[in-house]
Design a protein. Sequence first.
Length: 444
Amino acid sequence: MSSSQDQTTTPVTTLEQDLRNTTADRSKVAPGEIAVGVVIGRASEYFDFFVFGIASVLVFPYVFFPFLGRMEGMLAAFIIFSFAFLARPFGTALFMTIQRHWGRGVKLTVALFMLGTATVGMALLPTYDTLGVWTILLLALFRILQGFALGGSWDGLPSLLALNAPRHRRSWYAMLGQLGAPIGFLVAAALFLYLVLSLSSEDFLGWGWRYPFFVAFAINVVALFARLRLVVTDEYTRALEEGELEPIGTREMLRRQGYNIFIGSFAALASYALFHMVTIFPLSWISFNESQSIHDVLGVQLAGAVLAVFGTIASGWIADRIGKRTTVALLACLIGVFALFTPMLLDGSPIQQDAVILIGFALLGVSYGQAAGTVTTNFERRFRYTGAALTSDFAWLFGAAFAPLVALGLSANFGLAYVSVYLLSGVVCTLLALRINKSLEASD
């Protein structure tokens, strides 16, 4: 039986606590080393997700839904896009059980193998014309497996990073884990841009689109070994145990700390709602209306991703000076202002459309950089490991899972004003959650 399992099933004695205190200095791990593992892991995971998201616009309507119109094909692809986010909390629950029985190394290996296998499975799928409805069902199955795998890939490194970072620089180290998302999008968009520019439309839809999915598998293999090198060593095992970062059962977690999970999820909603509104949705809207060429949009989004990387880095500096919660609240307000002008800009000239993408990415970088762990300190120490994972799962589910589907569907049928409504609802949820959390802390 693993030591992590022992801790979840037996109380910590005074002698055990004394032993932890005496070994704390010897098992101290460097925040910089943890940060490298966090960035590599998150970038590889989000690369997989953004490859699917971009393909939902550029490829899947033609390859898997040729019997539908262009708009309906994208909406059908976005429905399947949401399946991974629905499956993710269940993946977290399943793999927490695996970790309690067989350890972090087994959990992480199985999760990333599942993620890579599902992604490669998508690359090998025949077209609808070849296999019919079965190819759509297999695409949906692989997408669900991606969600399960991403839930299971939680390694606890962000929580360990927060506990080991210097107190006055915790916001700086917190943003390092968030860098993975804009980096993952940057690589995915760059790869698709290269293929779109290098291949004819027939070759791209025939075989070229499959290449990013194979690349995703290779990246997952590299990320797996990079992360295993950290999480299975004795040094990191002791550090996780001393931090009492345990794989708590989901039922107990929701019963004991459920309110913190949902407050944390809604506190990040403005940022997560914005995420797919500047990455996947503009690509789908501009593609459908043919107001710009696809390679021009991808090029602008690459520049936006660079802005998001710098914005994420800047968020650490800002939050260390004015506070994480103040930063998240301030950016939520700015996202609200941005939401009011978004319909007008997206419905305008190519320059105006580019402006909404670039401004959106800049806001996203600063807000998303501090969105994770806004209320993580509310968790009791032993619940922080599982609590951080589930909070992230539900934030993505509530804020981002249906963003492309809802935004494109409503905008196409009722106008772009509904984009503002969607973003503003996220802003309201964030500000309310932060206010409720502050009131709870005051009452404590």
